[in-house]
Design a protein around this ligand. Structure first.
Ligand SMILES: [Zn+2]
Length: 201
């Protein structure tokens, strides 16, 4: 596997200057500076720097935790516009790639380097409670030194066309299923709520 270790340890003044506004927005967003968000911001910044200017970027993140927020803040990719895909792989890694040419940069955490910072390692491995704000500062201090990156070619990604919707014969709401009269919930496939009172207002 080809990958590049990132030796720049401290984030330079120039990098800090460009990342500071994101950290501030992160505080507004989460109410405090979360280490995962800080690391995410540093990762997206590195990926953008290596990839260079591109008009149309797609993003894939490999964990649901924190990284999607950094992507949405720092690129034009969001979950809602479909330019960011989220994999639930529990890997602290992300890829930015050219939508048409498919060449991209994948940035991930270098666990060998992380081992040099036991508190960051404990947090990343989810081995117990951590003092999040202290940790966020430590992540900021170690900067890019705990990251690696590699050039990748993304698999072509076919967006799902917006097929016409059907109306569920039970609840009367829309659904996309082609081979059932019922929506996913009414067919017992999946549920996330229980109706507390019968009245629909
Ligand atoms: Zn239904």
């Amino acid at each position: 596997m080809t990958h590049h270790e990132v030796s720049a340890n401290l984030l330079s003044d120039t990098i800090m200057k460009r990342l500071d506004p994101y950290f501030e927005q992160g505080i507004e967003f989460h109410g405090y500076l979360s280490p995962g968000f800080v690391l995410g911001v540093i990762m997206v910044d590195l990926a953008k720097e290596i990839l260079g200017p591109h008009d149309l970027i797609d993003a894939v993140v490999e964990t649901k935790a924190c990284l999607p927020d950094a992507i949405q803040l720092m690129t034009s990719c969001s979950y809602g516009n479909g330019w960011m895909r989220v994999k639930d792989w529990d890997k602290f890694a992300l890829t930015l790639y050219d939508k048409h040419k498919l060449d991209g940069v994948r940035v991930f955490v270098n666990l060998e380097e992380v081992k040099k910072h036991p508190s960051i390692e404990r947090w990343l491995m989810r081995e117990g409670h951590t003092r999040k704000e202290e940790l966020a500062n430590e992540v900021m201090r170690v900067g890019r030194s705990i990251l690696s990156w590699q050039r990748v070619r993304a698999a072509p990604y076919q967006r799902i066309e917006n097929a016409p919707l059907a109306v569920c014969s039970s609840c009367g709401e829309t659904h996309s299923s082609v081979d059932s009269d019922l929506c996913i919930r009414c067919s017992g496939g999946e549920d996330y709520y229980e109706v507390m009172d019968g009245a629909v207002e």
